[in-house]
Write a protein that binds this ligand. Structure first.
Ligand SMILES: Nc1ncnc2c1ncn2[C@@H]1O[C@H](COP(=O)(O)OP(=O)(O)OP(=O)(O)O)[C@@H](O)[C@H]1O
Length: 616
């Protein structure tokens, strides 16, 4: 078998300090040279060390805000990542991984090379890699297999792009990483598009007193994330996106330097009057000044609005009734538990309950117990005094429990809460007060609790990883959210999401076959995957286009439909019987507060039978 040419070039580089011309991109060669100069050992398999909990805590505030900002695009990329067995990675401006979402199979392999939150991926520590090298080069980059400097990372193929803020400062990196052997041809384009959308949204802020100008050569591109945006204050360029700079032939270093008259022949008033503007070289751009609606007629007709990134929540009658019930429970101070597979909308459900509850004017604080590093959960939930530990924020922290005071605390993935902290949470729920880390007096708190999990908490209780007393405290009423494949209103749901995500405004339609596949695909990622899929389809098509099967991501297009997965009538009957039995057992155990003898008596079976069934 002939050796991998990249591998070969790499060996050549290390042994003879030269590479056959044209085989390896210049940016990779520059990176290899930098790594060599740093004394990094290519064959070393030393993984980058994760930050300590304290070091990570220092970045927490900024990281949280950035993660929240990027979330819609990360979720849309995630839909595609599932199709290609890849993961989406978000890092901060120094290459520290803040978030990873995507294919579980690949995530496991990626974790083996430390591609997980809290680990730095700068070039200095991890050698040539898409995140670190895109930061070092200041541009989008792909690093495939053997192009990685460290041998252990050569299982990866990665595409990364720095996310640039309006003032030209790097805010972080968005990356799509997958197995080296299945390089995904569209990955680079999708990551670039997602980063563009994040950058475009950064211009929604109020640039007080400044003129925000939106431009393009093609009127159809105005209003999309491809439009150029230039912000002027007192006639000087104050902020810009990369498309805006490309239109005027400048780079980010023009921010703060270039003036209106350097760039345009016309005055700003010309843009307001005519909807167009002459560049310094005499060529024309169309556009508008924010706040002035005078857009050229042609642009008005075909301008393509940016699809809303988050769909409006859609609830069927059953869910709407469940929400109404949950509101009554919450208003009566009864904690509720929401159970459902990933992406079934547990958080959306909790937010809807909060919005309709008596506490709607007070905050809803959502905490994902699985996303917080174990060492930080205690400090983040219960707060800490100034100087409670090395690296703590100087003024201390209130903690999420106190932030939710008067409102609602939503604890997502509660099953992942470390056992040691479960006792502390239980105590806070019973005493209605918290004692911050580092001592001090107990502080009274008043919040309503909504918990969510995609696991069977009772199984965790049986396995000894979840306290039964906490279980009975938080699961006084459980709501089950159905996976999409069990819902009979999928066709209506697809149509409503299709419209609410912008298809109607963009005048896009679906062929019957394509719509049928969206309706009948089994959607293992539920709402999240369906929403992400529709958003990606709409972002990649042209206004007015009718989308065929080709527009579907590969996993949806070729994936198993519900009918194909359907069980035979006998299997169906058996599985239904199993689940009825399991539910009856769970109900009885819950009613008996975990007392197996009592539950067995109520079920009319022996204690040993119940034990055996619980273990099976
Ligand atoms: N009822 C709904 N209507 C419209 N979109 C929804 C609905 N429910 C969920 N979504 C979409 O799916 C995404 C995931 O929803 P959410 O975070 O509530 O799911 P989850 O069950 O809490 O997921 P996880 O278990 O992974 O935390 C949302 O961002 C939203 O885009």
């Amino acid at each position: 078998m002939s050796p991998d040419p990249i591998q070969h070039a790499c060996q050549h580089f290390f042994s003879q300090k030269a590479v056959p011309g044209g085989l390896i991109p210049q940016s990779i060669l520059r990176s290899w040279t930098r790594c060599q100069a740093l004394g990094l050992e290519g064959r070393a398999n030393s993984l980058p060390e994760p930050l300590t909990a304290y070091e990570f805590a220092l970045t927490a505030d900024e990281a949280e805000a950035f993660k929240r900002l990027c979330r819609p695009e990360v979720e849309a990329l995630y839909a595609d990542a599932q199709a290609t067995d890849s993961i989406v990675i978000l890092t901060n401006a120094s290459g520290l991984v803040l978030d990873t979402v995507g294919s579980l199979d690949f995530a496991e392999r990626a974790a083996r090379v430390a591609l997980r939150p809290g680990v730095p991926w700068s070039e200095q520590v991890a050698g040539t890699n898409a995140v670190g090298t895109s930061l070092a080069e200041g541009c989008p980059i792909e690093v495939r297999g053997a192009e990685h400097y460290l041998e252990c990372n050569r299982i990866l193929s990665c595409s990364a792009i720095p996310i640039i803020g309006p003032q030209g400062n790097v805010l972080g990196v968005l990356d799509l990483s997958g197995p080296a052997e299945t390089h995904h041809a569209h990955a680079f384009g999708l990551v670039k598009m997602a980063a563009e959308q994040i950058e475009h949204r950064l211009f929604e802020q109020d640039f007080e007193g400044a003129d925000v100008v939106r431009l393009h050569v093609d009127p159809a591109m105005l209003g999309t994330s491809r439009e150029g945006i230039l912000v002027f204050e007192d006639g000087r360029l104050k902020a810009a996106n990369r498309h805006g700079l490309a239109l005027i032939g400048r780079r980010f270093d023009a921010i703060g330097e270039a003036s209106w008259t350097d760039l345009f022949r016309d005055r700003l008033a010309a843009l307001v009057d005519s909807g167009s503007l002459k560049r310094e070289n005499g060529t024309k751009l169309v556009g508008r000044l924010d706040g002035f609606r005078k857009v050229p007629a042609s642009a008005k007709r075909i301008a393509r609005p940016v699809p809303p990134t988050v769909p409006r929540p859609i609830f069927d009658l059953e869910t709407a009734q469940a929400i109404a019930r949950a509101v009554r429970l919450l208003d009566a101070a009864v904690p509720v538990l929401i159970r459902g597979e990933t992406g079934t909308g547990k958080e959306i459900f909790a937010r809807a309950v909060h919005a309709r509850s008596a506490r709607s004017d007070k905050p809803l604080i959502a905490v994902n117990c699985a996303a917080l590093p174990e060492t930080l959960i205690e400090a983040e939930l219960f707060g800490y005094q100034a100087g409670a530990f090395t690296g703590a924020r100087p003024g201390g922290s209130k903690g999420y429990l106190r932030e939710a005071d008067g409102g609602v605390l939503f604890l997502d993935e509660i099953g992942d809460m470390p056992l040691a902290l479960q006792m502390k949470l239980l105590r806070a729920l019973q005493e209605r007060e918290v004692v911050p880390l580092g001592g001090g007096r107990a502080i009274p708190v008043d919040f309503m609790l909504v918990c969510a999990t995609n696991r069977n908490l009772w199984d965790l209780v049986q396995a000894g990883t979840f306290r039964s007393d906490l279980y009975f405290r938080i699961a006084q009423y459980t709501f089950e959210l159905s996976p999409l494949r069990h819902r009979s209103d999928r066709a209506k749901l697809v149509d409503e999401l299709w419209d609410s995500l912008g298809a109607r405004t963009q005048r896009n339609a679906l062929t019957q076959e394509c719509r049928a596949q969206l309706v009948n695909y089994e959607w293992p990622g539920n709402f999240r995957q369906l929403v992400g899929c529709i958003r990606a389809m709409l972002a990649l098509c042209e206004p007015g286009e009718t989308l065929t099967m080709d527009a579907l991501p590969a996993d949806v297009r070729f994936g198993v439909t519900i009918a194909e997965r359907a069980l035979s009538p006998r299997e169906e009957a058996l599985s239904t019987l199993e689940s009825i039995t399991a539910t009856a057992m769970e109900d009885a155990l819950r009613a008996a507060k975990g007392n197996v003898s009592l539950a067995a008596r109520q079920l009319g079976v022996s204690r040993s039978t119940l034990y055996r069934r619980m273990q099976s």
